[in-house]
Ligand binder design. Structure first.
Ligand code: SF4
Length: 292
């Protein structure tokens, strides 16, 4: 890991930025995600020396380099096991994994159910643009059939993966969705995901302005609806129904019911949203059915 300008108290979102200029294409949805994340870090007052940002490979995986933190751009698809090991060794570090749909749902997909069942206290945010941007627009596991047909790619009859269903069926205790065009919502979802105790998954829809039609992101965001206030995220059956709906629901789609504890415990920022009581003792790692 390399420190990226750590040190000194930081408080404002801009204080969390490194002096590297993003090389993303102008208009890329990843800019919105970077803003939303730095605002959340500021909201939660997470100091850079207590923050680990881990990524795989791809356009979105560049994000840790632009954020003051201990950061690690790992191998393609391998961010989750690295982050899990780091969090177990340093439970005091707020650990966030950022990656793309190609990185996470193709070569990295085998790590997802295992990271979920270990339930280590970290956040996994997938910035989903439905293609491989860094390698010039090939179809990814979440590419729509229309996109594949437009680009004349092989395998155009394959159906895309549904990330929210994938994580729900893996048993994830926190599953939420947002999009890069709604900054306040993005900020709120990052805040809730980071504050969740255990493995948290955040599906972030983020348009690619270079390899999609320019209007794609707007069309995508127009297919989204905020979950109503009456929605109960602890109702698993309702969460599955929501995940399978044609339009995209934005919000916390599933959160394990209060009282159900994660498999492995450690310090967190739950106080910020009042979900779990704070831990006032040093971190203790407990393996179910095994020694501590
Ligand atoms: S290729 Fe697409 S995803 Fe990659 S930086 Fe450019 S707009 Fe963003």
């Amino acid at each position: 890991m390399r420190p990226t300008g750590l040190g000194g108290q930081v408080s404002k979102p801009k204080d969390y930025r490194t002096d590297l200029n993003p090389v993303w294409c102008p208009g890329c949805g990843d800019f919105g995600v970077l803003r939303g994340l730095t605002q959340t870090l500021s909201d939660l007052e997470i100091q850079p020396e207590k923050l680990a940002l881990i990524s795989g490979i791809g356009c979105s995986s560049r994000l840790p380099g632009y954020t003051r933190s201990y950061s690690f751009n790992t191998l393609h698809g391998r961010a989750l096991p690295i982050a899990t090991g780091l969090k177990l060794a340093r439970p005091d570090m707020t650990t966030v994994v950022v990656g793309g749909d190609g990185d996470g749902f193709s070569i990295g997909i085998g790590h997802i159910p295992h990271a979920v069942r270990r339930d280590v206290n970290l956040t996994y945010a997938v910035l989903d643009n439905g293609l491989y941007g860094l390698t010039k627009g090939q179809a990814s596991p979440t590419s729509t059939q229309e996109f594949k047909a437009q680009r004349g790619l092989a395998g155009q009859d394959e159906r895309p993966i549904n990330p929210v269903m994938l994580l729900l069926s893996s048993g994830c205790g926190f599953v939420a969705r947002t999009h890069a065009g709604n900054l306040p919502h993005l900020r709120q979802m990052f805040r809730e995901a980071i504050s969740h105790r255990g493995f948290a998954f955040l599906h972030v829809m983020a348009g690619c302005v270079t390899y999609q039609k320019p209007s794609y992101a707007q069309q995508l965001y127009a297919q989204c609806d905020l979950l109503p206030e009456s929605y109960d995220p602890t109702n698993f059956a309702q969460a599955v129904e929501t995940a399978r709906a044609e339009r995209f629901a934005l919000g916390v789609i599933y959160r394990r019911p209060p009282g159900e504890r994660p498999a492995i415990s450690g310090p967190d920022h739950s106080d910020a949203v009042g979900i779990w009581p704070s831990l006032d003792t040093p971190a203790e790692i407990t393996f179910p059915g095994g020694a501590t």
